[in-house]
Design a protein around this ligand. Structure first.
Ligand SMILES: [Zn+2]
Length: 272
């Protein structure tokens, strides 16, 4: 029987797992980095793709580290082709704690961006171009993870930060609804953009974000409705932004358009 995920390591008592789809897709994801490397291309590209997911796991561990200190329990960290998820048994509902747990992820990514940049520059000075490129790409990826996660919408960390700020003003449920709506609007816009640029990874990410935004609202709604009768532990999955390897995907849409144009040009030439 094929297992659905594989245990990579355990950090702070939290199992870090890789989903089977990620393991199968990793060589294909590595292809996106191929044009950036010189000799030993595939080896470094594969290392780069794996490095991206190490950074995603560290981002999630950043959340988890603060969450554990705030009395939360983290069930596991799952790495998926479109990003990572820290599955938490409960999350803090006090706005200040929620802000700290949410901000810990982007803060980790910002630190990693700086660290990878310094290591990359070190390899430049040592005259090791492939290793320098590897760390400079990881620095860039972490910078994008940092910026993307600060978008004020679910399921990104910015959505939680936004809710932490808005809860004292308009209440937790309405703050969640607002952040979820922003998330859906951005997902639709991103999906349409991805479709027209032939960027299918972006389309997948958009569908994922659209669904996750709704799930967050439903979870808080159910929690509020049941509050008068019994207390349930709200389960929350904290997502990381998807890795931005989509940047290097060839614009399939344009290729398609050119092929179609060529076909019709030939057709008209034969008619004349
Ligand atoms: Zn995060």
């Amino acid at each position: 029987m094929i297992k659905r995920s594989y245990l990579l390591t355990t950090v702070m008592g939290i199992p870090v797992r890789a989903h089977i789809t990620l393991i199968l897709l990793l060589p294909f994801l590595a292809l996106q980095f191929m044009p950036l490397f010189g000799v030993a291309r595939f080896f470094f590209s594969l290392l780069c793709a794996a490095g991206v997911f190490v950074c995603v796991a560290l981002h999630e561990l950043g959340h988890s580290w603060v969450a554990i200190r705030k009395g939360c329990r983290v069930h596991e960290i799952m790495l998926l082709p479109i990003g990572g998820v820290a599955k938490m048994i409960n999350i803090p509902s006090r706005p200040k704690d929620e802000f700290l747990v949410a901000f810990a992820g982007p803060a980790t990514s910002a630190l990693l961006a700086l660290l990878c940049h310094l290591i990359g520059m070190g390899f430049v000075l040592l005259g090791l171009p492939s290793l320098a490129m590897l760390f400079l790409i990881l620095s860039y990826v972490n910078l994008l993870l940092f910026l993307f996660n600060l978008l004020p919408s679910f399921p990104m960390d910015g959505g939680r930060i936004f809710r932490a700020f808005m809860t004292p003003r308009i209440g937790r449920l309405r703050a969640t609804a607002l952040a979820a709506r922003i998330g859906r609007i951005m997902a639709v816009a991103g999906g349409i953009f991805g479709l027209f640029h032939g960027n299918f990874i972006l389309v997948l990410i958009a569908i994922f974000i659209y669904q996750a935004a709704g799930a967050e609202y439903r979870a808080v709604y159910a929690q509020q409705m049941s509050q008068d009768w019994f207390t349930i532990e709200p389960q929350a999955d904290i997502y990381v932004s998807p890795p931005p390897y989509a940047r290097h995907v060839a614009p399939v849409w344009k290729k398609w358009k050119n092929k179609t144009n060529a076909f019709f040009n030939d057709l008209f030439k034969n008619w004349q």
